[in-house]
Design a protein around this ligand. Structure first.
Ligand code: NAP
Length: 293
């Protein structure tokens, strides 16, 4: 606690119980201040708190479900009661779902919008005005190379990540010369539970691209933020993938991504009832049915 009793600046990492968020909390702890770590899993938070302590930081754990509508108010209350303020906000919580939008449960798909978009925006908009008043700090938002294209067979996830990049890059520009930085981080595949939980790890697209470690991504994200960068795409292969997606015409890109996000044992996307490998994956549509994709 400072002598004056003024609130102390903290780094707040949302989605810190595992994966990229946990790795960023560890890197941030190297600056030796308070690090507030947030997620639902108490076990995950306890392990992350130990990382933060080992790295020289002072961990504060907050168990929160971002699906609840008052997340940012709960966080603000927590910070106030611990005499902390949000100096740097890291929005790393998020999830994805692979599958056809018409087949996946709509509730889980809408949940992705709530966590990946609504909660991230709510937290950013709540803490940004204080940062601007203090003329310091900023926000790191986790997007993805998925933000560079629509994503057939992962439609809501890709769209949510496009929102995150668009929102973050616009804020970065608005906040020029205010002393506040907003950095968007757009990784390719990272070796975390995300890939198995979302089903993305089984798709060809995520097998072609090399997987980075969460520690590598965290270091690049933190360094990019400290350097005032608008966009950080960690790794050469992710940069190439983002560039390719940006220049390819949609008529080529969409069927390509659709195909790469199927695995051969999936039911064929054309609705034939056959496996993808026995149907359109054989090198084209079977003549007996019409493709709906
Ligand atoms: P991860 O290992 O699955 O971790 C996700 C984190 O989000 C966990 O801490 C999880 O904590 C938290 N979370 C999820 N739903 C939550 C909820 N309702 N309330 C509170 N916390 C919640 O995923 P990751 O790979 O670290 O991904 C981090 C970010 O990077 C995500 O936004 C993801 O879209 C993005 N990204 C990942 C990859 C990749 O290949 N891994 C690539 C590009 C972008 P609890 O479950 O404990 O709540």
């Amino acid at each position: 606690m400072s002598v004056s009793g003024e609130p102390r600046p903290a780094t707040v990492v949302v989605g810190a119980s595992r994966g990229i968020g946990r790795a960023i909390a560890k890197v941030a702890a190297g600056d030796r201040g308070p690090v507030v770590i947030i997620a639902r899993s108490l076990d995950g938070l306890t392990a992350a708190a130990s990382d933060v302590r080992d790295a020289g930081g002072e961990p504060y754990m907050l168990q929160l479900d971002l699906l609840s509508l008052d997340t940012s108010a709960q966080l603000e209350d927590f910070l106030t009661s611990n005499r902390l303020l949000c100096d740097v906000l890291v929005n790393s919580a998020g999830y994805g779902l692979r599958g056809a939008a018409a087949a996946l449960p709509s509730g889980s798909q809408l949940g992705m919008i709530d966590v990946n978009i609504r909660a991230l925006s709510d937290l950013t908009l709540r803490f940004l005005p204080g940062m601007v008043n203090r003329r310091r700090g900023g926000v790191i938002n986790l997007s993805s190379i998925a933000s560079f294209s629509p994503g057939p067979n992962m439609a809501v996830y890709y769209a949510s990540k496009s929102f995150v990049r668009s929102f973050s890059e616009a804020l970065h520009e608005e906040l020029r010369h205010t002393g506040v930085i907003v950095t968007c981080v757009a990784p390719g595949p990272v070796d975390t539970e995300f890939l198995a939980r979302s089903g993305a790890g089984r798709a060809a697209l995520f097998k072609i691209l090399p997987r980075l470690t969460s520690d590598f991504v965290a270091k690049r994200a933190w360094r990019g933020f400290k350097a005032g960068r608008r966009l950080v795409i960690p790794g050469a292969s992710a940069k190439l993938a983002a560039l390719t997606a940006s220049v390819l015409p949609s008529a080529i890109l969409l069927p390509l991504i659709h195909r790469l996000q199927h695995r051969s044992s999936d039911p064929c996307r054309c609705g034939s009832g056959l496996r993808f490998s026995e149907c359109c994956g054989k090198g084209g549509m079977r003549s007996s049915h019409t493709h709906r994709g």
